[in-house]
Design a protein around this ligand. Structure first.
Ligand code: NAP
Length: 297
């Protein structure tokens, strides 16, 4: 069998960000208000500082204003909730991103729930998860949203397919499975207690690996012709799929890096502009509503 075609997340993210920048600029011209994303960081974890800076830079480049709130590592849950509530009530802020994970002393759930659902552009609140699960308007978790965009862009229709999601975290595996289910896939979740993971993976027409274990999914377990999406990102730029063997059996596969990774920020920016549009009373195309097929890639 010939090698799988690569799903190029870098190129798709570029298209999506360019589209978003156009929308941001049109919205600013029309309303006199620039879409604004507030980022909130507790403490100074170097990786989190880098992620937040990247999100701010990419926002600005797309014509989205960026407001940053840094809180000391010793911030209590109550203080963080207070800061998030005031951003939620601030009409000049349209989207809120709370960088996580945070210190163990913080009640992460209480903090997330202080984000107004209409500004939850990272899709972390109960309301966003429920809306996504019921197929109602709202904001999705950005990485799973990015995965669905990649599938759409490469013409993969999940309807009727067996989808196996390896990993069930609240921000990645679980919502990825819910989005596939909403698109009529038959979804199986695998996790650390799954018996005989390879046997389950062998059934999959679509495999989503979201585990955080380097090369856990082996090519020999990929059904010939399956679509393989690797959301994993491990030290040394290694994914959760053994790329070299999986590329020989899959029909489509995401590389690491350059597959799922770049899509996350692209979806965050798109959802920020969508949030601003809704809050400013300007209705446009909803995220996912526009054709994003990039067959030409
Ligand atoms: P997580 O919260 O640690 O969750 C890992 C999941 O994998 C859990 O559900 C766990 O099962 C399951 N798991 C662990 N070992 C397993 C095994 N041997 N067999 C089957 N399942 C196993 O991780 P996460 O936040 O979802 O992230 C997963 C990966 O995606 C990481 O590599 C991370 O860096 C990457 N990631 C990438 C992006 C991006 O591209 N932008 C964004 C987020 C995360 P239990 O539930 O039973 O513990």
């Amino acid at each position: 069998m010939s090698q799988a075609r690569l799903m190029d997340g870098t190129a798709l993210a570029r298209t999506l960000v360019a589209d978003t920048a156009e929308r941001a600029s049109a919205l600013t011209l029309r309303t006199g208000t620039t879409p604004c994303l507030a980022t909130v960081l507790v403490g100074e974890d170097p990786a989190s500082v880098t992620y937040v800076r990247m999100k701010q830079n990419r926002s600005r480049a797309a014509g989205i204003e960026s407001r940053h709130v840094t809180l000391p590592a010793a911030t209590t849950t109550g203080e963080l909730v207070g800061a998030l509530r005031s951003l939620s009530a601030d009409p000049g802020v349209h989207g809120i991103l709370l960088q996580h994970p945070m210190g163990a002393h913080i009640d992460e759930r209480a903090a997330f729930e202080a984000i107004a659902p209409e500004k939850d552009v990272d899709g972390v609140t109960f309301a966003s998860f429920a809306a996504m699960s019921f197929g109602l308007p709202g904001f999705v978790s950005c990485t799973p949203g990015g995965i669905m965009r990649l599938l759409d862009a490469y013409g993969v229709d999940p309807a009727g397919k067996r989808a196996v999601v390896v990993g069930r975290s609240a921000i990645l595996g679980k919502p990825a499975g819910m989005l596939l289910l909403a698109r009529d896939a038959t979804v199986t979740y695998c996790h650390s207690r799954t018996r005989d993971l390879p046997a389950v993976v062998r059934e999959a027409d679509i495999v989503v690996a979201a585990v955080g274990r380097p090369r856990l999914v082996r090519g020999q377990d990929v059904k010939p012709g399956a679509v393989v999406v690797d959301a994993g990102y491990n030290p040394g730029n290694v994914g959760d799929v053994d790329f070299d063997s999986a590329v020989e059996r899959a029909s489509l596969i995401t590389p690491v890096p350059g597959g799922v990774g770049p899509m996350t920020i692209a979806v965050l920016l798109e959802q920020t502009v969508e949030a601003a549009s809704r809050q400013l009373g300007v209705t446009g195309a909803a995220p996912g509503g526009r054709a994003q097929r990039i067959q030409a890639l």
